[in-house]
Design a protein around this ligand. Structure first.
Ligand SMILES: Cc1cc2nc3c(=O)[nH]c(=O)nc-3n(C[C@H](O)[C@H](O)[C@H](O)COP(=O)(O)OP(=O)(O)OC[C@H]3O[C@@H](n4cnc5c(N)ncnc54)[C@H](O)[C@@H]3O)c2cc1C
Length: 314
């Protein structure tokens, strides 16, 4: 089939790659690529977060976990497998996504920082998104998939010369397909230079005021926030100061770390990821958007389902 993918974030590019690998003739059109996407701002720790429904998210996350672990062998893909801890101020049951990872332990009492009473301990993929998006674009080019820039006003306009369209426009689907169930969830983060960290840390005890430290190879990403319905893309200095203060409190080695930059992105929040086929007047559309705070975590798993839905088209 001739398939056009709309969107060049992690969801669009992984879908395009899987479709091309399945033998379809694929191209990609997107308003923005690389640095201009929300995907480039992601932490991007493999972690199911603010994405639903739980059973599908667990399945998609499990597939992505395996794929990213395999990609860690390729240094150009920007994937590292890092040990880390999620910390709790109250005793916590096993996470609902427990089956997505091969191993999940409990943090021993001696390794719980002051104020925390419980914790998960596990190794997960950490993705340097600048590297990984570039790697995906390179793989697509090598597979013969053209990626061009262009903003669409409607999906009907995407059908020229193709049999099917795959909609991976993230929050853009609010306007593109008038999906009012999408909600922006603002996230502000800080990128600092490495200070020798290898372990990630996460504290989501306060849902709006997250705390995470995610070490890549040369940089460490510090977060964060999760502000529902807030679309302000400006950096807020008071928020940045608060993030830095809380991260240093948890990881004193970060004190004085060189700040490389600040970023803000809007997670495409939705009550459930939309991954389904819609038969329109112009032709079939496979929708794949609304991955909330876990687009990287779900990407390769969702891409498998996209390829399967396209292969089932009449
Ligand atoms: C601060 C922050 C931290 C995060 N941390 C993590 C994390 O640790 N782990 C994780 O898994 N996830 C994380 N996320 C979430 C993750 O970034 C998103 O879920 C993911 O980027 C969604 O990917 P996407 O490809 O659907 O959307 P996007 O990356 O937004 O891509 C959408 C694409 O569609 C295009 N588009 C939109 N509208 C149109 C149109 N009308 N015409 C043409 N093209 C259009 C855009 O230009 C873009 O190319 C984080 C997000 C933020 C903001």
């Amino acid at each position: 089939m001739r398939v056009r993918v709309v969107g060049a974030g992690v969801v669009g590019l992984t879908s395009a790659l899987r479709l091309a690998q399945a033998g379809h003739e694929v191209d990609v059109v997107a308003a923005t690529t690389g640095d201009g996407t929300t995907s480039s701002i992601a932490a991007a720790l493999w972690y199911p977060y603010r994405a639903y429904p739980e059973a599908d998210v667990t399945r998609w996350s499990a597939t992505t976990y395996q794929v990213l672990c395999g990609l860690a062998a390729d240094p150009s893909a920007g994937v590292l497998i890092r040990p880390g801890r999620e910390l709790f101020r109250q005793p916590a049951p096993d996470p609902w996504w427990r089956d997505a990872v091969p191993e999940l332990g409990r943090v021993a009492a001696g390794r719980l920082p002051a104020g925390y009473v419980d914790g998960y301990e596990l190794s997960v993929p950490v993705v340097d998104m600048a590297m990984h998006l570039a790697w995906l674009l390179g793989r697509l080019e090598a597979t013969g998939v053209a990626v061009r820039t262009g903003r669409l006003d409607s999906l009907a306009g995407a059908f020229e010369g193709v049999d099917a369209v795959v909609n991976c426009t993230g929050l853009g689907s609010r306007e593109l397909v008038d999906d009012q169930s999408l909600t922006p969830v603002r996230g502000q983060v800080i990128v600092v230079a490495q200070v020798g960290l290898t372990e990630w840390l996460l504290d989501q005890n306060d849902p709006g005021r997250l705390l995470y430290v995610v070490p890549r190879s040369d940089t460490v990403l510090l977060g964060g926030t999760a502000e529902e319905g807030d679309e302000d893309l400006d950096i807020r200095p008071t928020t940045a100061a608060d993030i830095l203060r809380r991260c240093v409190e948890l990881v004193p080695a970060l004190d004085g770390a060189r700040v490389i930059g600040h970023r803000v992105g809007l997670r495409p929040g939705r009550p459930a990821v939309r991954l389904e086929t819609e038969f329109t007047d112009r032709g079939p559309v496979v929708h794949c958007y609304g991955h909330g705070g876990a687009g990287v975590t779900l990407s390769y798993g969702c891409a498998e389902d996209v390829a399967e839905l396209v292969s089932e088209l009449p």
